[in-house]
Design a protein around this ligand. Structure first.
Ligand code: NDP
Ligand code: 2IT
Length: 459
């Protein structure tokens, strides 16, 4: 057999292996479209790994990595302010602990189901690996809708949620944090209940805590700042910068707010942001202090913005935000918020760089549009890894019982984001896809986890 034939055989074997696992996942996990999407995005780009290193195939790495180590689903009963009993469903997916305790956020949103938590948990394995920190992958949440609930209702819900979750987590086992609908207030109630039930002050059992009881400075800012640091590296590599650029940022929650803050500091102007009802367009630049007041303090709708800035526009619906011409687009709201059509519109309006602050915000078709048109594309598991990276720094500070300054944590975050960029760029080149950071992130994320799994044997 010639070398050329040998190579094409190896490619075919690797492709068949990957396709076989994708088909098996679909069969075993029917009706889970988001999980299938994440599996396809990641596994398709891993073919070159199995081609070059059949040892991972022989050890069944893929078959094992797509199956969560443990999935927990539970009843969350609570009583609303009218005395009526309410029941929600809780989830925790402990996906992979090869390189550290399970680590990942909790999402409270009515759309939450097994498919969404599994896609998020699967992504988290690779993201956490890229941070270079010793953290495995997990995710959890509930179909509880925090909107319109009183503080007392949020507290009772969090207490009920933790009354079950506490038996499955520990600072060395599984460390949850925030995600959509879970911020400092919710982490506080969850921590209080955990402490009471365990009779232990395990500071490191949750991250995203308040600064007065073990939280880390710069954790609130970390995901948004990190996304901008990452995009800055992509731009710098092309001799570009944020200076003078126009940006569109979807969402107006934790990630969006601090992405806008950092890109503004770097000389760009964010002209739009959104919530799940609609978006605002302010050609003079978003008034971030007002957005913080409306969303972080008053928990109001983004539509209220135009009451303070009548020159700005409010539009109902989310997808329209991507029709606003911009050079930098940062989707920071939710999954599948950029479809093929929105991606084409962004490209025809001259977008230069897209950085995914949210998890899986671009559909598979949208990613293809960006990559095929030479847009600098920072995939979620790399671009938004700053949040979980600083969570790991929070755990480190909790273990040492010390607190670093804002500058120290922010400096480490910046270094981590630069390192992630270099790591995935190098992987994309080494495996034959220069410039394709989707492939680079998936491969670099996998290798560390796969090697640890090889060391641990078949477990
Ligand atoms: P928040 O709850 O603080 O904010 C979420 C924002 O997105 C809100 O503006 C919300 O609008 C909007 N949104 C939520 N769901 C939808 C929807 N279905 N359609 C349109 N808009 C929606 O969450 P975060 O900012 O923390 O999270 C945003 C994204 O970033 C998520 O994908 C999350 O997984 C990801 N992420 C978060 C990290 C973190 O550290 N927090 C780390 C890494 C990624 P509304 O107020 O109307 O609900
Ligand atoms: O998606 C994510 O990385 C997060 N929601 C943050 C997880 C964490 O453990 O800080």
């Amino acid at each position: 057999m010639t070398t050329l034939q040998q190579t094409s055989n190896e490619v075919q074997v690797a492709k068949d292996y990957v396709n076989g696992v994708i088909q098996e996942v679909k069969k075993r996990n029917p009706n889970e479209p988001e999980f299938h999407q994440a599996i396809k995005e990641i596994l398709d780009s891993l073919v070159p790994v199995f081609e070059k290193q059949p040892k991972y195939m022989e050890a069944g790495i893929l078959e094992r990595i797509v199956e969560p180590e443990r999935q927990i689903m539970f009843r969350v009963p609570w009583v609303d302010d009218n005395g009526k009993v309410q029941v929600n469903r809780g989830f925790r997916i402990q996906f992979n602990s090869a390189i550290g305790p399970y680590k990942g956020g909790l999402r409270f949103h009515p759309s939450v189901n097994a498919s969404i938590i599994k896609f998020l948990g699967f992504e988290q394995i690779f993201k956490n690996s890229l941070t270079g920190q010793p953290i495995g992958g997990g995710k959890g949440g509930s179909d509880f809708d925090p909107k319109g609930k009183s503080d007392a209702e949020i507290m009772r819900f969090c207490q009920s949620f933790m009354s079950e979750l506490y038996r499955h987590i520990d600072q060395d086992t599984d460390v949850p944090a925030g995600d959509i609908g879970v911020g400092g207030r919710e982490i506080g109630y969850l921590f209080g209940q955990y402490k009471k039930l365990r009779n232990q002050y395990q500071a490191g059992v949750l991250t995203g805590k308040g600064l007065g009881y073990g939280g880390s400075l710069a954790r609130t800012e970390a995901t948004g700042y990190g996304t901008v640091y990452f995009v800055n590296e992509m731009l710098k590599d092309k001799g570009l910068s944020f200076e003078g650029k126009t940006a569109v940022v979807s969402g107006s929650g934790n990630v969006a707010i601090y992405a806008i803050e950092k890109l503004t500091q770097l000389g760009a102007t964010a002209v739009a942001c959104s919530d799940s009802n609609g978006y605002i367009y302010d050609k003079n630049g978003i008034d971030l202090a007002l957005v913080k007041q409306l969303k972080e303090v008053e928990r109001k709708r983004i539509s209220e913005y135009v009451n303070y800035h009548p020159e700005a526009e409010y539009h109902e619906g989310c997808a329209g935000i991507w029709t606003i011409p911009c050079e930098i687009a940062l989707p920071c709201a939710t999954q599948n918020e950029i479809d093929e059509e929105s991606a084409k519109t962004l490209v025809s309006n001259g977008v230069i760089a897209v950085g995914e602050g949210a998890n899986m915000p671009s559909t598979l078709e949208a990613i293809d549009v960006f990559l095929n048109n030479g847009v600098l594309f920072g995939p979620a598991k790399a671009a938004n890894a700053g949040g979980v990276a600083v969570s790991a720094l929070e755990m480190a500070q909790n273990s040492a019982r010390i607190a670093w300054s804002f500058e120290e944590v922010d400096g480490k975050l910046h270094d981590i984001m630069i390192n992630i960029y270099q790591q995935i760029k190098n992987a994309s080149e080494e495996f034959g896809y220069p410039g394709n950071l989707v492939v680079g992130a998936n491969i670099a994320g996998l290798l560390k986890v796969a090697d640890a799994m090889l060391f641990h044997g078949i477990i």
